[in-house]
Design a protein around this ligand. Sequence first.
Ligand SMILES: *Cc1c(COP(=O)(O)O)cnc(C)c1O
Length: 343
Amino acid sequence: MTAVTKAVRGHPAIARAMLYGGAQGLAEARLSNVKRLRKAGIVCPITLIRTPMLSQVDDVVQICEASYNTEITVIAALAAAALRHNMVHGIILMVEMGDLREGIMPRDLGDIGQQVVDMPGVALKGIGANFACLSGIAPTAAKMQALSVLADDTEGQCGPFLQTISGGNSANLSWVFDARVTGRINDLRLGEAILLGVDPITGDQIGGMYRDAFTLVAEVIETDAKSVRPLVGSADHILARIRLVPDASETTRIILAIGNQDTDVAGLSMPPGNTHIGATSDHLVVGTKDPALGVGSEMRFQMNYSALMRAMAAPDIQTNLRNDRPAPNARDVQSPSRHLALV
Ligand SMILES: *Cc1c(COP(=O)(O)O)cnc(C)c1O
């Protein structure tokens, strides 16, 4: 298992917890997050799972052991950068298997693999696939079997043993729990499942995992007994004749100091007895039956992946860790990797 830290913007303490929990390495989509991890002293292997930008290849080879790639131009630039820094950079080729986001078409894989093998400065480390990201195509046993066959074919065509056959992300978990045979697949890149404890395809809790490892806390800034229904503008002469009666329920509107600039408001789950009325960039309006929610009091929300990712990256959201303690024997703190330079 490779743990993906992008949803927590490469938060070092969370990355350490993932390693302590058994992850074999970390994966990141953004180089800035990798730098944050390295600056915090994390020395485990880190793989860049988004195709590197040409403008960043020098940093990529210095702080990432390997990267996922789909473009031979980028691989050639990584190879040249690796040679400049006297290193060998690992290449994992991403194969397109139906999600239609990133990837090399399977028929081109052998050819590109061969070019990588022939290029000094890079080493062909493996192949990978990604599912259920852009088009929601779920990984089936047949797709996984096809990826295993592609691994064998690529080895047959290009020569070297492929160390990593990465089957996908959290959407692969039900396959891996059900599969009697996992074939050549020996790695999954997991973010959402670890952080939120849910299967992204079904939304179901994964047995034994917590769903509330993250909580978003927002402060109430207005409690006004406004009707939960918007008042109709009297400029509209037909609607002006409708008499508004006070809402009989005990629901009142409160305003919280959080908005679309801080999180994906649609991805917050409302505590029982509360309803989402609307949100703007900086305000969240909630209908509540809880009379205890006065100005200055706090409301707590669980987040989905998109809400979590944005909250963790928002400058006005403070991240507080509870019960944070240094993880003993964490794999990453044992011995510094020889070929890594901190930038
Ligand atoms: C984000 C990402 C992952 C992790 O996905 P989760 O759904 O969080 O498990 C894995 N692989 C790639 C290429 C990604 O971009």
